[in-house]
Each structure stands twice: as C-alpha cells, then as structure tokens.
Design a protein around this ligand. Structure first.
Ligand code: NI
Length: 139
C-alpha cells in the first residue's frame, strides 16, 4: 500500500449530514473509507472513457428463452467476442426466464460493444454492464 495522506475537506453541513446518513445506510464505519470508494468509482469510470484502456467488467442479462432464436443469437454474439469473455454463468430463474452473467476483459471500446450488442438484442428484458477494474492500479 502506498503512503497515507491526510486531507481536510470543507463541506456544507447539510450535505455532510446527507452523506453521513447515506454511508451509515450502506454500512460504512467511517467517512474515510466511503470517500476512498467514491474516488475509486470515479477513477474507474474515467478509465472506461478511454477506448483503448484495458478494463474488466460484468454483463448481466435477463431474457425469456422462449423468444424465437434468442438463445442462439446471444450465443452467436458471445462467440464473436470469445477472446474478451472470460467466463459465463447461466441460471434458469423460472420456467421462462434465464439470467446470464458474463465476465469480460479487454479494450473499453470492445467491452462496451459486447455489452451493447447483447443488451440490444430483441427479447432481452434487462441488461446491465458493470464496469470495474482489476484493482492493482487503485490501491
Ligand atoms: Ni436458462
């Protein structure tokens, strides 16, 4: 871990009160860890803005597997990008619905394209790309 620096932050009392309520709800035991997480979140979001940066994330999809050819289409897309998909998890939620989670890694532009292609496929009910980072650069 790199050296710790202490900083002072001037903040409006009302805003601080709201912040304290939020971080208590989320289970933080102190403000420092909450601030660090917010900063990391912004740094990760920033790294995803540059198309060539190497990123890690997950794509979550919920779909009805009875929609004609949908499973085949989703599989075709995944094979097109197989070099950037590290792992997939498939859960049969109920009689009709499937949940799929893909772990993706690669260029930000490519990973975004994988996510967009899958989520925009007709019949996908909900999809979400979660952007994260390998962690080494965020300590
Ligand atoms: Ni299924």
């Amino acid at each position: 871990m790199s050296d710790l620096s202490r900083i002072g932050v001037a903040i409006d009392s009302d805003l601080l009160e709201k912040f304290d309520r939020l971080i208590t709800q989320r289970g933080y035991s102190n403000r420092s860890e909450a601030f660090r997480d917010l900063i990391r979140d912004e740094l990760i979001a920033k790294s995803w803005e540059s198309p060539d940066s190497q990123v890690v994330g997950t794509v979550t999809l919920v779909y009805d597997h009875h929609v004609r050819l949908l499973s085949e289409k989703l599989t075709d897309i995944q094979h097109d990008f197989q070099h950037s998909i590290l792992s997939t998890l498939h859960v049969h939620l109920d009689h009709d619905h499937c949940l799929e989670v893909l772990v993706v890694r690669g260029r930000a532009a490519e990973v975004q394209k994988i996510s967009d292609s899958l989520i925009s496929t007709k019949g996908v009910i909900h999809g979400r790309l979660t952007m994260t980072a390998s962690g080494a650069e965020l300590k």
